[in-house]
Design a protein around this ligand. Structure first.
Ligand code: TEU
Ligand code: CA
Length: 533
């Protein structure tokens, strides 16, 4: 492969627009808010922004229920605001990735309003309407909603059930209908024509369902949804044509990118959707599911290492808007040294790193009591899980009343630690997590071996230390990450120890020292990056 593209070299930053920056004091983040923070993002050194949905939405699932695929929700701004965001991001070398939620619409989408209105409405077949020949008391089949309850909702007016994989306010589109298919494909063109550089495909491997609507086989699990093998409601063979068609559309524009969110991800299935003529990448969330244990992380990394530049490109994620934040998951030490180890791992692996807003300052989940829950998932399942509000609290910009996020009361409360843990405070502290991220991003940009080089694990002390080389024909970088609170050491044998190394980065002062008698000594939670000279 000749030169790498922006999304391979670069780092992508996910913005949850509702909680990023509010420009007009209504307590909800918006596009002008994002524009006002572009300098911050450029300074951090990111290459692309993935915007969670900003289309018109009644917010049954905060934007993941859309009423118009080709417009901007007024609570976020106007189309002009959006075009200005694209332009101003581009002028700083930042790309824009839109979130495409094409599996389902909002129940308030005019298409669904029409579709449910009568059996002979022209849009009737745009959604999945079924009935059971045994009678209306019987569901069409055994499929469940991942957000709780049955996947089928009875609609009195016409006496049929419609299918929804998520909340009942999110009816699934019928991708087998050629008009729906064409309309969805046109959505990519619409945004690519407006300068959008990439697309994140929400639960794309859900688009098609079994043509015969067969019952899913059963298995043991916790919630009813987990007690099924999702044989007939996900990963249908028809998906291969969809990814090929999407790619064909995007290839008509320069350097466009599509990353699929593989629902119910499984490494092999996720990999099968990307490569030449398919998507550029699919998410692999396995790093996000690991405990604080280097051996576990290594296992996940080695799985992903099977993805080569010839077939596709891996990506690495520790946080997003659907999962407890890594700082909370790891019960991270307050001094942030542990989080620096996680950051150094994320940003020195092969593949595109994804950051989630606030990760760079070590934001923690807020604790949401039952009466404060906003997330439909939490409302339905509380207390297991408690819902996803925890990781969606407003960005902590400064120590003012609403954390610099807004001048009005935010839609979701801020974390109590905003007084001390915020962007402004961390900017001023050279040893802060924020500045560590910034340096890591800079190093990654300056040393192409960190983007393109091979990943070579160094097996030693796998319960405490994760160590590996990144190597190409000209350069070698050694990354040693001490996951333990106490000092650890790594035996560096043979040729490695004889070569000359320099410290590129550490969160501790190493006084220029690299190896001592063949050992690389590491402080507790030290992230050490060496370069061979
Ligand atoms: O998420 C799909 C998905 O996998 C999650 O719903 C997951 O099962 C859940 O969050 C439990 O952790 C995507 C979006 O990322 C999510 O925000 C949306 O709610 C969902 O699709 C529906 O559009
Ligand atoms: Ca606002």
């Amino acid at each position: 492969m000749s030169d790498f593209l922006w999304w391979q070299d670069g780092v992508i930053y996910q913005i949850y627009p509702r909680s990023f920056a509010d420009s007009n004091g209504d307590g909800i983040g918006d596009l002008q808010g994002i524009i006002s923070k572009l300098d911050y993002l450029a300074d951090l050194g990111i290459d692309g922004i993935w915007l969670s949905p900003i289309y018109p939405s009644p917010d049954a699932d905060f934007g993941y229920d859309i009423t118009d695929y080709k417009d901007i929700d007024p609570k976020y701004g106007t189309m002009d605001d959006f075009l200005s965001l694209v332009e101003q991001a581009h002028s700083r070398g930042i790309h824009i990735i839109m979130d495409m939620v094409l599996n389902h619409t909002s129940e308030e989408h005019p298409w669904f309003v029409e579709s449910r209105s009568s059996l002979d409405n022209p849009k009737r077949d745009w959604y999945i309407w079924r009935r059971n020949p045994k009678g209306d008391r019987f569901l069409p089949n055994n499929w469940h909603s991942v957000f709780g309850g049955k996947g089928w909702e009875f609609d009195e007016r016409t006496g049929y059930y419609y299918y929804h994989m998520f909340t009942k306010q999110q009816p699934d589109l019928n991708w087998r209908n050629p008009e729906v298919y064409a309309e969805m494909m046109d959505t990519f063109r619409f945004w690519a024509d407006r300068g959008v550089d990439g697309f994140r495909l929400d639960v794309f491997n859900e688009y098609f369902k079994d043509a015969q609507f067969r019952d899913n086989p059963l298995k043991l699990g916790r919630r009813p949804f987990d007690c099924q093998i999702h044989l007939y409601d996900t990963n249908q063979p028809e998906m291969m044509k969809v990814v090929a068609d999407i790619r064909q559309i995007l290839d008509r524009y320069p350097e466009r990118y599509a990353v699929g969110e593989t629902f119910l991800d499984n490494h092999e299935i996720a990999a099968s959707y990307c490569g030449p003529g398919k998507l550029h990448a699919t998410f692999d969330f396995s790093l996000m599911k690991k405990r604080w244990n280097p051996a576990q992380f290594l296992e996940s990394i080695l799985e992903r290492e099977k993805i080569t530049p010839e077939n596709a490109w891996p990506n690495n994620v520790l946080n997003n808007h659907d999962a407890p934040r890594s700082a909370t998951r790891f019960h991270a030490a307050e001094n942030d040294e542990q989080l620096k180890v996680a950051a150094a791992m994320l940003l020195t692996l092969r593949g595109t790193p994804f950051l989630y807003q606030g990760e760079e300052i070590g934001m923690r989940d807020i604790h949401v009591s039952r009466s404060e829950i906003q997330d439909p998932l939490g409302k339905h399942y509380w207390p297991i899980p408690v819902g996803r509000d925890g990781c969606r609290s407003p960005m902590q910009w400064d120590a003012s009343e609403y954390g610099g996020f807004s001048t009005g009361k935010p839609w979701l409360k801020l974390h109590k630690n905003t007084l001390t843990r915020n962007v402004e405070a961390q900017k001023a502290d050279p040893k802060s997590l924020l500045n560590f991220y910034k340096t890591l991003l800079k190093i990654r940009k300056e040393h192409s071996v960190l983007q393109k080089g091979m990943f070579i694990p160094l097996h030693h002390n796998p319960q405490r230390v994760l160590a590996y080389l990144r190597q190409d024909s000209e350069h070698v970088i050694l990354v040693a990450l001490n996951f333990a609170r106490r000092p650890s050491k790594l035996a560096v044998g043979g040729e490695l120890v004889r070569n000359h190394w320099e410290v590129l980065l550490s969160n501790y002062d190493r006084g220029g020292k690299v190896f001592e008698k063949g050992w690389l000594k590491l402080q507790g939670y030290e992230a050490c990056i060496l370069i061979q000279k």
